[in-house]
Design a protein around this ligand. Structure first.
Ligand SMILES: [Zn+2]
Ligand SMILES: [Zn+2]
Length: 269
């Protein structure tokens, strides 16, 4: 495919750095053919990095206006990244990325991707220092994702590994079994898994989500992929996409998907 695309983009209306229009202008300069915004949908228990109801209304109206304003230069889709624990989108979006960002412990929602300090405390205070025990709970939610969120795309499947490199945590056999069982549950719905480079652009990881071993399992079971940036800063639009493609090919994928206003299309890697 010659056209550049990205469908996982955050703006300053949630936890991204840039205004939607500035992102559109940068995407045009960088030669993108289609971009999709995916703000963090309203989540009642987290108003720090998700949009408030007011912000989400503004988000929807702003992106809808930009679609029209730039229609001769770039195709813009208005999507949403909807969390597992707040599964109903507020508006009629072009597409939904379904993601698990929290584990629920004693009625409290604790983010797994906020900082390495919060993550370390989560493991030691709530899981007796056992990363695998946390992974078990996390992947139970991930495996159940499509029963809760009517998602078109499965977001950053193994987000729980965001701090693995800095904290020296490895993928053990037990860990992989929890992950593989979530893959198996998601496969029948035939929704694409993201290859998401968000932790690379932000300096946490040297490889995308999901890991090579998990991608090979997705491929072995006939799953599809879509390459996304999880972009929080317009400077990084399109960064590391070549590495993501190389990894996909190494894991056996011959094709990946892209999304148009008429649904998913497939291209050769
Ligand atoms: Zn996310
Ligand atoms: Zn995101």
């Amino acid at each position: 495919m010659i056209m550049k695309t990205d469908y996982h983009i955050h703006t300053s209306l949630c936890d991204g750095k840039d205004l939607p229009e500035d992102i559109v202008k940068t995407a045009i300069e960088k030669g993108f053919g289609i971009i999709g915004f995916s703000g963090h949908g309203y989540t009642a228990f987290d108003n720090s990095y998700c949009m408030s109801l007011k912000d989400e209304a503004e988000y929807f109206n702003t992106i809808t206006a930009l679609k029209n304003k730039y229609k001769d230069k770039i195709k813009i889709l208005c999507g949403i990244e909807q969390d597992y624990f707040e599964p109903k989108p507020m508006n009629n979006y072009d597409y939904v990325i379904g993601s698990v960002h929290y584990v629920k412990v004693d009625g409290e929602y604790i983010p797994i991707d906020e900082s390495k300090e919060v993550f370390k405390a989560l493991i030691s205070d709530n899981f007796g220092g056992d990363f695998e025990a946390l992974a078990k709970v996390y992947f139970e939610s991930v495996g159940n994702l499509l029963n809760e969120v009517e998602a078109d795309i499965i977001g950053h499947f193994d987000l729980i590994t965001k701090f693995n490199e800095v904290l020296n945590i490895c993928e053990t056999e037990k860990y992989l079994n929890y992950a593989f069982s979530a893959v198996q549950k998601l496969i029948p719905a035939q929704k694409p898994f993201e290859i998401n480079v968000g932790a690379m652009t932000r300096g946490y990881k040297k490889s995308p989500y999901p890991s090579e071993k998990i991608l090979k399992e997705i491929n072995r079971l006939g799953g599809k992929i879509i390459i996304t940036g999880d972009c929080h800063n317009k400077e990084w639009l399109g960064a590391y996409f070549e590495q993501a493609k190389e990894l996909a090919k190494k894991c056996g994928f011959k094709t990946a998907l892209y999304l148009t206003e008429n649904g998913f299309e497939e291209y050769c890697l």
